[in-house]
Every structure is written in C-alpha cells, then in structure tokens.
Design a protein around this ligand. Structure first.
Ligand code: NA7
Length: 572
C-alpha cells in the first residue's frame, strides 16, 4: 500500500469539515441535528445496490440506501411493461453469494418475467433484513465532497453525511425520449417502457403505436399484439432478433440446478462475459454448408445469448462468417413473416450480427402475420411530428389511443451525470466526464475521493450482475482495507485511471466489438461523446486488475486521513 498523507492530494479550495457543519445553517439548509451520519450511503435499490448494501452492512459499516422509486428492483422496478423479462438465464442473473438463497428460491422460468424478478428481489431484501436500511421515494439531488466526507441531499428533504458515497444507479436508468416535434401535444396515453406505471395499462381494443424496436420494443410488441385493436410499429433500424427459447423450469431441472450450484458458479466465473454457454471450438468455414445450416438450426433453438457466445468461434471476427449467420437468420425471418415486403423490412441491412446488442424474442416475427399489426419503416417515411391524436410521418397521419416509447436510455453515464455530484474543488462529475467517462476498473474516478460507482460505466459487458457483483465485492474489500489501515479517505491515482480508460477505449475499437452505431458508445443520444461505456476488456481482465491492486498493496490509490492538515497547494 502507498501510505499517502492528505497533503499529497490536491485539496486546495475545499473547506475544512468545520465549515461544512456551520453552527448557523442558512434558512433552507438542514441544521446539523437533521443531518444523518452514516459510514456508507448507497444510491439505488437495484440488483447491484442491494448487494452493496448487504456487503457494507455485513462488513460492519453503518449503511443507508436511498431509492427514488417506491419499491426495490431498480431497472426491474421501472421496466414493468408487459413482456419485460430477463434474457440471461434467471439462475445466472440472480445472486450467487448465498447458496442457501439459491437453493430456497425456485425460479419458475428459465428467463423470468418482471413480476417474478421483483418478487425475488423483495424476497432477498426481507430474507437479509435489508428493508430497514432503505429509504424509498428519496431521489438524490446533490452529493458534495467536503473534507473527507460526502454531504448528500435527497428530494424528500433528507440530508446525509456519508464517509463513503456509493452510486449503484445503473446503466439503463434514465429513459430517453427522442426530440419529436409536438411530443407534448399528444392527448392520448403515452408511456416509456423504462418508466412504466405501477397500475396496469389497459390495451384492450385500443389503437396502439410502439416506437422503437430494441430489446424493450420487441418484448412488448408480441405481449400486447393479441389484446389491442390495432398495433403500429415504428421501426427505424431493424435488429437481428433471434428466439429466446424460454420454458418453465421442470422439477427435475430444479433439482439439477440445486445439485449443480458450484459447477455453475465455476462456469460463470471462468467464462469471458459471465455467461453459462460455452464457446464453440470450430470456425464457420471448417464446416460444409450442410453442417453449418444444421449447426445454425441448433443455435436458433438454443437459449438466449448462446447465439452470440456459443456460435462459431469466428462469428464476430470474420465478416464472411458473420454474413453467413445473417443469411441464415434472414431466411428464418422470411420463412416466418408471410408478407415478403414486411419480411424484408425486418431484416437488418446496415449492421452485422453482434454489432448492436442483439434482442432475444418470443413470437416477435409472428405478430406481423396478424391482420391488425402494421410496420412503418422510418427510414423511408420518417416521423415529422406528433399531433394531438397521433403520429405524422412523411406519408400521413395515423391516429392512436396509446403511444409507447421504447426508445432506449441515456446509457452508462445518464444517472450519474444528473445527480449533481461534486468532488474536490466543487468540480461537477458531468464536467469531469464532459469528453466521456474516465474510471479505474469502472469503480472510481480521480478528484472524487470516497466515491464509488459499481455497475456504472466501464463496469460490465455481458452478464451484468456477475460483473457488478465483482465490483461490489472489490469496493467493500477496499473499504475494509482502508479502515483496517487507519485511513478514511481513498482516491484512485491519475496513472491507474489513465491506463484503465485508455485500455477500455483501445479495446473497444478492436474486433470483436460492438460498432459505434451501438448505444454502448452513447451514439443514441445527440451530442453525447462517442466513448465506449462498457468494459471492453471483459471479466477476466477485471479479475486480473483487482488481483494486481491487492498484490501491490493498493498502489493504484492514494489513502489518507481526513484529520490530517489540509495542504496549501495542489499536487497530483
Ligand atoms: P434500445 O436498444 O436503445 O432501443 C431503442 C429503440 O428506439 C431503437 O429501435 C431505436 O432505433 C429507437 N429510436 C430511438 N430514437 C428514435 C427516434 N428518434 N425515432 C425512432 N426510433 C427511435 O433500448 P431498449 O430499451 O430497447 O433496450 C435497452 C436495453 O435494455 C437492451 O440493450 C437490453 O440490455 C435491455 P435505432 O436503432 O436507434 O435506429
């Protein structure tokens, strides 16, 4: 470990703690008596935040979690639209830190639907007695670092002084509405998939529009198609959708899952992206066309992400190999969709498989054979404006009772940028990251001591809860380390951050990778810097780097004591 005193750290401009706790607060400032002191303040009651709360509390830190919503679940609380479900296997996406929990919770389906996921997360909260540490309806509006601690204000009027501030606010938590002229004029019902209301939406006999055909759009479309009077899908870019192949988990499979817990964990922990499905050892053109098509058929019938992770080994590396699989999928689409013109619209023609995050579907292509379902190709007939009763495209106005915006998220940095987080010298995180996020291991950034963001930008690229859980474990172990060495301030050094961030950017441009058209580069948000927002190096690299930090006694970080005198000048 590098024993660094506070005066090695640039602190000029920050006030001593005595100023932060002024005896005479301004009229709109809470008095010191109203400020709650905690060791660890976690934001966000999603899968990552709940685990962080659990680990911090188990490590003996006084802990509080603030959540904007009225219930637990995070992404799985807000995305409660019909058809919302995991597209990674339920048992690989839930918590694995407790074998007892794993054994006592029986997932009903291989890919659980949102209500079951929400029930599971509530079960976890109660089973581990976490609810008393959670404050709902408390959206964080500002977090300011001052002299070794964070002053965090929530919209419900509560204020906290936290030694450690941990934002587990997720990457898919700020819904994005495109700039469509007149959006506010529409007088019918309007919903975003990422901000779905708790009360059920009545689609029966309604004229419904769905805008967007990413993972959310293609889940909700088949879920409501049978109920509505008419469904019009507004598609800008077709996606390479393949079947999810979901099924109930049989009693025999439940027993197998229980018996195979350790083996499953081993597989997940040694796979590059934390998935269950093993890589295939053959390249595409090692097989004859007949063998390829037989293998592709097997892929088509296989569960979820295996089409990406267990396909031919060169699928994402070799253009011809990728094109071959795309030809197979195109043939499948043509065989399902009766109207040839509609089928052609549904086949992507400007990106290869895996260049964008592929959605996995249940009965999606089939709905286009329903006489009440219509597909509008926005590349040919773009949306001009919303009217008071519908959507106007370049070929006319269609009228609706309900419009569903399945138009995605301000991915990766959206939630952190909106929280008004200010580090040393009052620097705002959104300014610090004006050119894109800079992190070390996707958990900390320079200039923001004692602030961590597991599950945020640069965190995962695959099975999110696995990567995010690794980060939570590392953050918690780090806090324990800091405490046991008599420090209370920790900040990553610039060299470690530069190295990690440069590596993320460099690897993101290499094959196999998602193309810059993907929202993984922030490309869906006008004006957002085009910087890779995931961990392009994968989970093994995260493990290696964490091990290095531990071996080198936390040299990547600067540790100090908030009680040490503040320096006069700045240093690196
Ligand atoms: P996505 O995958 O970002 O999809 C958003 C969709 O909305 C996509 O089809 C977009 O088309 C479409 N979109 C965005 N802006 C517009 C405008 N202006 N006009 C028409 N259509 C538009 O978000 P999802 O919620 O589906 O999925 C997010 C993640 O959740 C997913 O990756 C899984 O991890 C779960 P585009 O492709 O940009 O042309």
């Amino acid at each position: 470990m590098q024993d660094v005193r506070a005066d090695d750290i640039a602190l000029n401009g920050s006030s001593p703690r005595s100023l932060m706790t002024s005896p005479e607060p301004a009229p709109d400032e809470p008095s010191d008596d109203d400020v709650v002191d905690v060791d660890v303040l976690v934001v966000g009651a999603g899968i990552t935040g709940l685990y962080q709360l659990y680990r911090a509390r188990e490590a003996g830190f006084s802990s509080q979690l603030l959540e904007a919503g009225d219930g637990v679940g995070g992404t799985w609380y807000w995305n409660r639209y019909p058809g919302a479900r995991f597209d990674s296997e339920s048992y690989t996406y839930g918590y694995l830190f407790s074998k007892d929990l794993f054994e006592e919770w029986e997932w009903r389906e291989h890919f659980a639907e949102q209500p079951e996921i929400e029930r599971y997360l509530n079960h976890v909260v109660d089973r581990f007695d976490l609810r008393r540490h959670i404050r709902f309806g408390a959206k964080v509006t500002s977090a300011v670092y001052d002299a070794g601690a964070w002053r965090v204000v929530a919209g419900d009027g509560t204020t906290y002084r936290a030694q450690y501030f941990i934002a587990a606010t997720g990457v898919l938590s700020v819904p994005y509405y495109p700039e469509v002229p007149g959006r506010e004029n529409f007088r019918g019902e309007s919903y975003h998939t990422g901000l779905w209301p708790a009360a059920p939406v009545d689609f029966a006999d309604k004229r419904v529009a769905v805008i967007g055909t990413g993972s959310s759009g293609v889940q909700i479309i088949p879920a409501i198609a049978g109920t509505v009077a008419s469904l019009t899908v507004y598609q800008r870019t077709a996606n390479w959708c393949t079947p999810l192949n979901n099924a109930p988990i049989t009693p025999d499979e439940q027993a197998e899952l229980r018996a195979g817990f350790e083996a499953m964990c081993e597989t997940l922990n040694t796979s590059p992206s934390g998935f269950l499905h093993l890589a295939h050892d053959r390249a595409t053109f090692e097989d004859t066309k007949e063998e390829r098509w037989a293998f592709y058929d097997k892929m088509w019938s296989s569960p979820g992400f295996s089409k990406l992770t267990s396909n031919y080994s060169d699928l994402l590396m070799d253009e011809a190999a990728n094109a071959e699989w795309c030809t197979f999928v195109s043939e499948k689409i043509r065989s399902i969709v009766a109207d040839p013109k509609t089928a052609e619209k549904l086949i992507p023609d400007e990106h290869r498989f895996g260049e964008k995050r592929p959605p996995f579907v249940t009965g999606y292509f089939e709905v286009y054979n329903n006489p009440n379902v219509d597909l509008v190709d926005l590349r040919r007939t773009p949306i001009l404006r919303m009217t008071d009763n519908g959507i106007e495209t370049s070929d006319g106005v269609r009228e609706f009772d309900i419009v569903v915006w399945a138009t995605g998220f301000d991915f990766g940095t959206g939630a952190l940028a909106r929280m008004d987080i200010r580090g040393r010298d009052g620097v705002a995180l959104r300014d610090h990251w004006a050119d894109g996020p800079r992190t070390f291991l996707g958990i900390q950034t320079t200039g923001f001591p004692n602030f961590f963001f597991p599950g945020g930008p640069h965190a995962a690229a695959g099975n999110n809860p696995r990567y995010n859980g690794d980060q939570v474990d590392f953050v918690t172990d780090t806090l324990i380390y800091v405490r046991s060495h008599g420090f209370d301030v920790i900040e990553v050094g610039a060299a470690a951050e530069d190295k990690w961030t440069d590596m993320i950017d460099r690897w993101a441009t290499r094959a196999p990778s998602f193309g810059e058209s993907s929202y993984y580069f922030g490309s869906n948000i006008p004006g957002k810097p085009r910087k890779y927002l995931l961990n392009s190096a994968g989970r093994p690299k995260l493990f290696t780097e964490i091990a290095k930090v531990i071996e080198t006694d936390y040299q990547a970080f600067r540790l100090s004591r908030s009680s040490d005198p503040a320096p006069l000048g700045a240093s690196g």
